[in-house]
Design a protein around this ligand. Structure first.
Ligand SMILES: Cc1cc2nc3c(=O)[nH]c(=O)nc-3n(C[C@H](O)[C@H](O)[C@H](O)COP(=O)(O)OP(=O)(O)OC[C@H]3O[C@@H](n4cnc5c(N)ncnc54)[C@H](O)[C@@H]3O)c2cc1C
Length: 424
């Protein structure tokens, strides 16, 4: 891996934007086929959304394993240049012959860092931990998370106390440089892979479901962090109102998805994700009553076997019915969930100690300085030769589909690089 200080690119190189599962896959596959790759990631670490999950469906294995293998492939490959806190500022030229200008924001921590953590230990400033969706805080000098790759501290200057130099004073290795500036780097590339992924739908917009109004209504991504041993509750799923294990949990499927007022499309992974989440709860408390309210269960292909396996648990109830309302009992902070059951046609209201909204996937595709076509929902279409979208920036999909798609995107981009080498 090249850290970007001596990065080289030529007309046969590729630029990959986004360091989640999709971008990592495209970058590694192309580099292992012999191409120079510049991988840019806007956050301080690689891995995207999936690195924050507790387990992956359908195998229920920790994401750490797969990521560790990919990080090793990156570490061992001098053809890959990784730039974190980096975004594409401008792309000029045409297919096979682009010039990319990449803006790299400073980390304020240099390569002299030994990861001793003295900076974070003395830092007096706190900031919301975005890795935990604000459920916990970090210091302004922080390691983004335990598995962060690159394993490097970073300083959030916006969170610093004015004129504070506590981290500089504490660092025995002189590894903190608060004078670092934004850098702009230029690369010649033949093709671009866009793998900017997704963000969770803002569940506060679904006002009838109570997120942001009632403490015990959480979302699926929050549940992932609670269930993770390196998360804000050290792997325990607890009611935010009183810190107790919930005895009854409702999952509200299609929270925002397949809804003309929010996301008209199916986010594709939420049914499998909630089935997975029910296993998190039953691992912690086998007696907990879990109910999944759904419109249709969409678990295509082999995921149907996962559904069938999880559904054998007697403590899991599936109710076909769209939830219309979530209300709170102010005495207990329990939630009252109202849905119309499709099979009986009856309206039912049930009490739960925790409600999890299976909020959908929103493509992260705005503001890219690229000539790319978006569909009506913001997902990218592959209509520009030389610029290839992949992963959840293109459509909502699970990790294995993302890996397949990103391998295909790498191949299309490689074809551009090879053509450009023959003509150049
Ligand atoms: C609740 C939930 C649970 C899930 N659980 C599973 C599961 O168990 N198993 C499974 O197979 N799938 C699961 N998925 C689906 C999985 O999250 C996706 O398949 C996967 O994250 C797609 O990877 P990606 O690289 O396309 O996107 P992302 O993971 O979003 O990665 C995109 C990366 O691009 C970066 N980026 C964004 N914009 C820019 C920019 N302008 N410049 C530079 N970098 C940028 C981001 O910071 C990020 O690192 C789940 C989804 C949800 C919603």
């Amino acid at each position: 891996m090249n850290n970007g200080n001596t990065a080289s690119s030529n007309g046969n190189s590729l630029l990959v934007i986004g360091g989640g599962v999709a971008g990592l896959t495209s970058a590694i596959e192309a580099a292992e086929a012999g191409c120079n790759v510049i991988l840019i990631e806007k956050s301080p670490f690689l891995g995207g959304r999936a690195i924050g999950f507790n387990l992956y469906f359908p195998k229920l294995c920790p994401p750490a394993c797969g990521f560790e293998i990919n990080f090793r492939r990156i570490r061992n490959n001098p053809r890959i240049t990784v730039l974190t806190q980096a975004e594409l500022e401008e792309l000029t030229g045409s297919t096979g012959n682009y010039e990319a200008t990449v803006k790299v924001s400073p980390r304020f921590v240099t390569e002299a860092c030994t990861l001793c953590g003295a900076c974070a230990a003395t830092c007096p400033a706190l900031r919301p931990d975005e890795f935990n969706f604000g459920l916990s805080k970090t210091r302004a000098a922080y390691l983004p998370h335990k598995m962060a790759f690159p394993e490097e501290y970073v300083i959030d200057r916006n969170a610093c106390i004015k004129d504070c130099t506590a981290c500089v004073d504490a660092c025995r290795y002189g590894a903190i440089n608060l004078e670092q500036q934004i850098e702009r780097k230029k690369f010649q590339v033949a093709a671009v892979v866009v793998a900017t992924g997704w963000a969770p739908y803002d569940a506060t917009k679904i006002t009838n479901l109570g997120f942001g109004q009632f403490p015990n209504v959480v979302t699926n991504v929050l549940l992932e962090r609670m269930a993770s041993s390196n998360g804000p509750t050290a792997g325990k799923i607890l009611r935010p109102s009183d810190g107790k294990m919930p005895a009854t949990v409702a999952f509200v499927q299609c929270a925002g998805s397949r809804d003309e007022n929010h996301l008209p499309y199916c986010s594709s992974v939420c049914c499998s994700a909630s089935l997975k989440h029910s296993t998190y709860i039953h691992t912690l408390d086998p007696e907990a009553q879990v109910t999944i309210f759904y419109i249709d269960t969409r678990t295509p292909g082999l995921l149907q076997d996962f559904y069938a396996k999880v559904a054998t648990n007697d403590q899991l109830k599936m109710i076909k019915g769209k939830v219309g309302r979530v209300e709170e009992d102010p005495q207990t902070h329990d939630l009252l969930v109202t849905a119309e059951e499709v099979i009986t046609g009856k309206k039912l209201t049930q009490r739960f100690s925790l409600v999890v909204l299976a909020a959908g996937i929103v493509p992260q595709t705005n503001g890219l300085p690229l000539a790319l076509t978006q569909d009506e929902f913001g997902f990218l279409a592959n209509e520009t030769p030389g610029i290839y979208a992949t992963g959840c920036a293109k459509r909502p999909e699970d990790v294995s589909a993302t890996v397949r798609d990103a391998t295909g995107a790498a191949l299309k981009a490689l074809q551009c690089a090879v053509r450009s080498a023959h003509h150049g």
